[in-house]
Design a binder for this molecule. Sequence first.
Ligand code: CO
Length: 491
Amino acid sequence: MTQLKTSEITSYDRQDWERGYESQPQEYDYWIDDIEGEIPPDLQGTFFRNGPGLLEVNGQKIHHPFDGDGMVCAIAFNNGRAHFCNKFVRTEGYIAEQKAGKILYRGVFGTQKPGGFFTNIFDLKLKNIANTNIIYWGGKLLALWEATAPYRLDPYTLETLGLDDLDGVLKPNEAFAAHPRIEKGKNGKSDRLINFGVKVGLSSTITIYEFDTDGKLLHSHAHSFPGFAFLHDMAITPNYCIFFQNPLVFNPLLFILGLRGPAECLKFMPNHPTQVILIPRNGNQEEVKVLEAVPCFVFHHANAWEEEGEIFVDSICYESFPTLESGSDFRELNFDSVPAGELWRFRLNLQQETVEKDVIESRCCEFPALPPERVGQPYRYLYIGTANAESGNAPLQAILKIDLVSKDRQIWSAAPRGFVGEPVFVPRNSFKSEDDGWLLILMYDAVNHRSDVVILDALDISKGPVTKLHLKHHIPYGLHGSFVSDIVHRG
Ligand code: CO
């Protein structure tokens, strides 16, 4: 018998995977009636999720899914029933392009206006696509995209209310990242939302914002660093905001000339260290620290915490920046030619200024999630999207539960014809243990070309879905989401 190389064994069909990237131009609003299993009666609230809904404009393909117009889904669980609604964020760009029936803006990830070189040269205006995350905070539902202010939506109807400057916190053209962290209040303190904004140039400025539960700014502070910083996410601890400035250099010439999107002008420098930037949450510039770690690229951090004078950071790391070959369509991505994400643990010693690295999980993974109570704290359980096969790079088709103490693993796989997105952890009201909750996942089912909302029991994901809610249509692969217990559908 011939031994197959891992890369030749695929648990999925290539066309199945590609169909999950078909646009969904329709907007729906209905009670879900096709349900396998029971909706847990005490699951009350709304699961919001954001992601690119259009992968082309009137037949003109966009170059990268990260350039797709933001479409928000809301799945509201109310007394054992579930309601589905999806709507595009009516950004200035979405409205203009839908009216014109063609691409009018350039995208960060390389989408160009049709017409070639002369239409794109010196056009540096990028489209705010509001497609990366969706949070409900201080009474506002906000669709986030990291390079600009958020768009505010009605939490019940998902109608777009407009760009939101957070009651004057954001000045014109100031950015608000798509990865805020919520720190659960302890010892009588209230919860806080902590986020950042990056202004890039020859040097980069990171501004940190902390908000109370009413959405009122508690404090903000800005810090500048030399060089170009491509920062998608941060990790927090009780005392620090932590950023990984990966060894990327930005050569804007091709972007200015209109030949590439800005994210395509990033070059990975494999012999340069990653700079780990620690900004104290009290804003004291003298306490800012920069340590050096191994070269790698990070989109997402899983968690960070402080323990006996050291700081630990768990992150999804790539050996280099995963870029598409220019000119190629993302649908033609060769998984074997791009690095796979792995879960790495960094141990930071601030006195000795050292960073040690350990690989916790070498299986291809992305989109980490953990119980909200453990954000910024020592934690035991991590949930993450993973490939079906143990090795090699492939689409995410399974959810992995990692017990970071016992090292046990549990897996639930939707392969061969299911493809998963980010899991969102919802704690049970009974909250008996750290992992007592549900995982909510939007899964693309290629058999029926539709999406399912899958509910897993976070205590034991290996037993498979508790409930599968079959939508009437598909939702293209998305990015991030959140669960809000106090918003439910009015119906
Ligand atoms: Co992200």
